[in-house]
Write a protein that binds this ligand. Structure first.
Ligand code: HEC
Length: 150
């Protein structure tokens, strides 16, 4: 009897905790592609919700704890850690990830999270190399010093 209650409690807990762990969204680029681009979507998305902590121009306490090499003020910066971005803040068939931002300030709507889930795989391309950097990703230049290191 005690065991049954325990098992039931665990089962209940598991049901309630879905969505508590960063999960790959499983989002894919639709066959027809997308009209979402860096300029019309990802850039304003990141500027509205992420770059107040995650920017290459921010250092020390100004990052509010945002980890090294997670800078979203350039397209390359986003794509370099696209799996993390997906698991923290995008939405798709397998998960709606609302972990970021975590400061209770301006946050994307779920609809915007689904758009992020689509923009990432469409931007990466479907050449069987999900980790490959897109050929025409922002050209390394003085504005993106990190890109030149790669
Ligand atoms: C208020 C500051 C702040 C904002 C705004 C913010 N983050 Fe973060 N982010 C953090 C901190 C602090 C961490 C490290 C602790 C953690 O992972 O919870 C982090 C970690 C991350 C990580 C790394 C997690 C890992 O796998 O190691 C990713 C990816 C991320 N954030 C994406 C985003 C995205 C995308 C946005 C915008 C939608 C965003 N963050 C907005 C502070 C912020």
């Amino acid at each position: 009897m005690r065991f049954t209650l325990f098992a039931a409690a665990i089962a209940g807990l598991c049901a309630c905790s879905s969505g508590d762990v960063p999960t790959p969204t499983g989002a894919t680029c639709p066959p027809e592609g997308t009209t979402l681009t860096y300029d019309n979507f990802a850039k304003p998305f990141m500027e509205a919700y992420c770059t107040r902590c995650h920017a290459s121009t921010l250092h020390g306490a100004d990052r509010h704890g945002a980890p090294f090499a997670h800078d979203f003020d350039t397209e390359v910066g986003i794509l370099n850690v696209h799996e993390h971005v997906d698991e923290q803040s995008a939405a798709g068939p397998d998960a709606i990830n609302r972990f970021m931002p975590h400061d209770g300030m301006a946050a994307p709507t779920d609809e915007e999270r689904f758009e992020l889930g689509i923009w990432i795989p469409c931007r990466l391309g479907t050449f069987g190399r999900p980790d490959a950097r897109p050929v025409d990703a922002a050209t390394p230049d003085a504005a993106t010093p990190d890109a030149a290191v790669q």
